[in-house]
Design a protein around this ligand. Structure first.
Ligand code: ATP
Ligand code: BUA
Length: 355
């Protein structure tokens, strides 16, 4: 019997959709949205309606009848901090996403999934959203009680890769201590202790290594002085942190592959920026090794930038003394979501309630 699963993953400039029949993708498509298209949409309601229409048009083009769908699963957004797992999309979740102070395209996924699921009389779910929070108590301290540290990271891909590594090594994720490094548009480095991410850098706009488009940790006093200098608007400063920080700021591009080619071609600024990014990532891995008290079964490196041998070799050179390193290039969040839905369908996992 077929089990048709619609998977939705909205990004800042695209919406990825896929239909799986059990664990087999029938099709997967990245629907690109131009800046001009997105600029015409005034608010979050208009955004998700626009993306939903594009999604339905694509299903039509693929001649897939939505009425055949058994379930819908989406990447989750910036909800309240929650445990890792699968959650049925409910009204509270939609309310929180609509009122979220932080903007992230993944906020639109649950809204699209819920509306579509209601029309089709099926269920909508999210799994391992970016706000999965398993931080240890001590990791929540920042240095001031007004600013507790938060867990915002690539939870879906980090957990999926950690489980894949455990399966390949015939053991359970919950039996291992791992450091998982996601190198994408954003960079997150998580300390996974027996199945829980007890520490991780806040990878959206908070802390950690710089990435192709984010600044990571900045000198805080200098940042405050810049904010009150009258030279920048709030929006300009936020952009310096997310979107126009990191490689964009140093090299003018968020395309790390392009920067790498330029570095290999002899561009000294590009080479130095790559070296600095590798240095910061390695330093964060060292910090997470300390969090795990050196008890590290493996360090897993994943994300789009894990395809870069140039970068990975530089990182490995600094961390090889910390343990075994395994590389999982790219990410497969679509498959990870579909597999979560399938586990649910097969009753191998139960949903958690968001409230
Ligand atoms: N072979 C490669 N060598 C170097 N860089 C690469 C390679 N392939 C992809 N990249 C870089 O990886 C980055 C994109 O990674 P990825 O696709 O994981 O990011 P994303 O999905 O946009 O963001 P995030 O992972 O934070 O959600 C880009 O900067 C891209 O240039
Ligand atoms: C921080 C989590 C996800 C992203 O990079 O957009």
């Amino acid at each position: 019997m077929n089990t048709y699963i619609l998977v939705i993953n909205p990004g800042s400039t695209s919406t990825k959709i896929a239909v799986f029949d059990k664990d087999e993708p029938l099709f997967e498509q990245t629907l690109r949205h131009t800046n001009e298209e997105l600029a015409t949409l005034k608010n979050i309601d208009e955004q998700y309606r626009f993306r939903k229409e594009v999604l339905l048009d694509t299903l039509k083009e693929k001649q897939f009848d939505p009425a055949k769908l058994d379930m819908i699963i989406s990447r989750g957004g910036l909800l309240k901090p929650i445990e890792s797992g699968i959650y049925e999309v409910n009204n509270q979740m939609i309310e929180d996403l609509k009122n979220s102070t932080l903007q992230h395209a993944s906020n639109l996924g649950a809204m699209m999934a819920k509306e579509l699921a209601e029309e089709l009389n099926i269920q909508a779910y999210i799994a391992d959203p970016v706000v999965v929070d398993e931080l240890s108590e001590v990791a929540r301290y920042s240095g001031h009680p007004n600013f507790p540290r938060k867990s915002v990271f690539h939870a879906l891909n980090q957990k999926a890769i950690a489980r894949q590594y455990a399966k390949q090594n015939r053991c359970k994720y919950e039996e291992l201590n791992l450091i998982v490094v996601h190198l994408g548009g954003g960079v997150s480095v998580g300390a996974h202790q027996a199945g829980r991410v007890i520490d991780v850098n806040q990878a959206l706009d908070g802390e950690g290594p710089f990435s192709p488009e984010r600044s990571g940790t900045l000198p805080v006093g200098d940042l405050i002085r810049a904010a009150f200098s009258g030279e920048y608007t709030k929006e300009e400063l936020l952009k310096m942190v997310v979107g126009e920080g990191g490689m964009v700021a140093y090299c003018g591009s968020n395309d790390a592959y392009k920067v790498e080619l330029s570095a290999i071609g002899g561009n000294k600024d590009a080479a130095m920026a790559y070296k600095a990014m590798a240095y910061q990532v390695a330093k964060e891995i060292g910090a997470m090794s300390t969090v795990l008290k050196g008890n590290v079964d493996a360090i897993l490196i994943t994300g789009g930038l894990a395809r870069s041998e140039y970068l990975v070799d530089m990182i490995k050179d600094s961390i090889k003394h910390l343990g075994k390193v395994a590389i999982f290039p790219g990410e497969d969040e679509m498959k990870a979501l579909a597999m979560n839905a399938l586990l649910l369908k097969r009753k191998e996992i139960v949903t958690k309630e968001y409230n």
